[in-house]
Design a protein around this ligand. Sequence first.
Ligand code: AHG
Ligand code: MN
Ligand code: MN
Ligand code: MN
Length: 331
Amino acid sequence: MKTLGQFIIEKQADFPYAKGELSRLLRDIGIAAKIVNREINKAGLTDKLGEVGEINVQGEAQKIMDVYANEQFISALSSGGECCLVASEENEEIVLLNKLVSKNAKYAVAIDPLDGSSNIDVNVAVGTTFSIYRRKSKDGPGQLEDILQKGTEQVAAGYIIYGSSTMLVYTTGKGVNGFTLDPSIGEFCLSHPNIKMPETGYIYSMNEGNYVHFPEGVKKYIKYCQVEDDATSRPYTSRYIGSMVADLHRNLIKGGIYIYPTTASAPNGKLRLVYECNPLAFIIEQAGGRATNGYDRILDIEVTEIHQRESIFIGSTKMVLKAEEFMAEYS
Ligand code: AHG
Ligand code: MN
Ligand code: MN
Ligand code: MN
């Protein structure tokens, strides 16, 4: 059995220039994930369900666990000393860390501390997504430019899924590896080495309640998914959890497509490019899948704001390409 810590140290040899900072950063994220996992597991017993009564910059009512998870990840990244700033879904502005040791803090991190938090009160899987960049500014406190980098510049990204088991899945651009938390020893252990996602699948995931507001290309693609055709195993199965991490994790393992397109209430899409779309796009591409906004590659999109929104078509390559055909023809 190989723990996340052992695996990270072994893989450090992949980065000859690295002096262990990235490894320590990943380790810190793993530690925060275990603390968040512990609280999620007993949230109903410890008054951690429900809302705090604040509205975040997204215009969403913050959950107690949104705030708790945010604090835990920021605190772990701060005490670790490798990270100069954090861009989080729950903070309007970037959070500067390690101002006194900023020369040693070579990385900037974007996080969605708790993804799918509307599911937390009903005991449905939630997640965390994170994205790691090498800072651009040379020294001093971190700068906005350190995090406003295209997805192609990520040095590592990953997610944690707090599901029927808790897993941490990450990439440093050399494939994707998944670790399952063994609660009896408190360690993430390598359970899914070198994950490759199926080239095609039979699951489509989208909030079809918004159908009337979807672009014509997505409406036509949904109808395509529902047509009977033995050769392509259609009609496909519809699965939508409402926690993007959980929907994508399932599709990563089984094959499938996830779409969150533009809608009337979200004219640029709902999901946030920096801490939701980019890390997941990096993982899915590294597993052999595809991630676009229906036209262009997610990882190539210019980043101008930390809370920028984007529409996303992500999953098994053949399925995403098919959806893009409908977008090109009808939208
Ligand atoms: P978050 O909980 O971090 O704000 O993210 C919510 C996102 C994503 O997880 C999920 O897939 C999507 O919102 C669900 O949106 P709808 O409820 O509009 O389907
Ligand atoms: Mn939210
Ligand atoms: Mn989210
Ligand atoms: Mn969130």
